[in-house]
Design a protein around this ligand. Structure first.
Ligand SMILES: [Zn+2]
Length: 60
């Protein structure tokens, strides 16, 4: 099961690797500051079966 997801910061477009687990729920949302530009990123995660998708949005 792949739990590492590569996303792009919606502010500075840096690539970020994030880890999410299907055990935490089919639909997940979390806000984490970008390591590069420190802006808050809203991660919207959805798991379907063994596949996961992650969307990164501006949290403000
Ligand atoms: Zn950033």
């Amino acid at each position: 099961m792949e739990t590492n997801f590569r996303v792009q910061c919606p502010y500075c477009w840096e690539e970020i690797w994030m880890e999410f687990f299907p055990e935490d729920g089919e639909q997940q949302e979390s806000i984490t500051d970008c390591e590069v530009c420190c802006n808050p990123i809203l991660y919207v995660v959805s798991f379907s079966g063994r596949r996961g998708r992650v969307r990164a949005e501006k949290a403000q």
